[in-house]
Design a protein around this ligand. Structure first.
Ligand SMILES: [Zn+2]
Length: 268
């Protein structure tokens, strides 16, 4: 199997809110074109540790990226390093911590915000360092990268849902409406991504609680969605762990790797 893959990580999106508020993605499910799985995020339920988990398959207490203040490159092979090393084109429109984990740390905005360097793990990057950077702009950044460089693997990582949760909490109209907005943004792109041969995964790093935070073991902090869209998936019942996302993307990309993956969610 050798496909192109788009991985969308909607930062801070709780499973139940994704389930209740994302009508476009659920419309695809009702047409048997997408499937939703529930994941338990690894611990601690925090951003930088779980970017590393999603992109390397290594849980935080093993990777050493155990809180948001650890600023260094990853010590593990990632989807980016494996893909780049095997001749694939990599790209990301993402928060600057992703640039720090896989390209260069610490992030220097003047040098790193717009990255085009085929020797780096993330060859084509649009990185941002404002938590309020509009999701709409981030999706446009990603689409520009996609059209310009036709990456085999593209990470799209908007921050507004998490940021809104920190201001208003899980049980708020603002948080839910931000999830609805992300669903609308996705509805503008998914058909053209599929038409261009991409397999699509939409997930989150962690959820949100009513204390305007996350980090612990509450169900609302740990339960996150994984929507899969495309013919590369089985669209059958199955289970997948957050640590298996990396290997599952590697399988879709046709990469040699030794990461754990979820065979049962992939097409036979
Ligand atoms: Zn957060």
């Amino acid at each position: 199997m050798s496909n192109k893959v788009i991985l969308v990580v909607l930062d801070g999106l709780n499973y139940q809110v994704a389930h209740d508020c994302m009508g476009y993605l659920h419309g695809l499910i009702e047409q048997q074109r997408a499937t939703l799985y529930k994941l338990q995020c690894e611990l601690p339920s925090m951003s930088r540790p779980l970017y590393e988990c999603i992109l390397t398959g290594v849980p935080p207490v093993v990777s050493g990226i155990v809180n948001n203040q650890i600023v260094r490159r990853s010590h593990h092979e990632s989807i980016f390093s494996l893909a780049k090393g095997q001749g694939k084109v990599t790209a990301a429109a993402a928060y600057h911590w992703v640039s720090e984990l896989y390209n260069r740390a610490p992030y220097e905005a003047v040098r790193d915000r717009f990255t085009h360097d085929e020797t780096l793990n993330i060859q084509h990057g649009r990185f941002y360092h404002w938590d309020q950077y509009p999701d709409e702009a981030l999706f446009l950044d990603a689409e520009d990268l996609r059209r310009r460089y036709q990456p085999d693997f593209l990470l799209i990582h908007p921050m507004n849902i998490d940021d809104t949760g920190h201001q208003f909490g899980l049980d708020s109209r603002q948080y839910r409406n931000c999830a609805r907005s992300a669903d609308i943004h996705l509805s503008n792109y998914i058909e053209s991504w599929l038409a261009d041969g991409y397999q699509i995964m939409v997930t989150s790093d962690h959820g949100m609680n009513n204390d305007l935070s996350h980090g612990g073991t509450l169900a609302e902090e740990r339960e996150v969605p994984l929507f899969v869209i495309g013919e590369g998936f089985s669209h059958q019942r199955g289970t997948i762990r957050q640590t298996e996302i990396c290997g599952t993307v590697c399988q879709l990309l046709g990469l040699e790797h030794n990461k754990p993956y979820a065979q049962e969610i992939l097409a036979p």
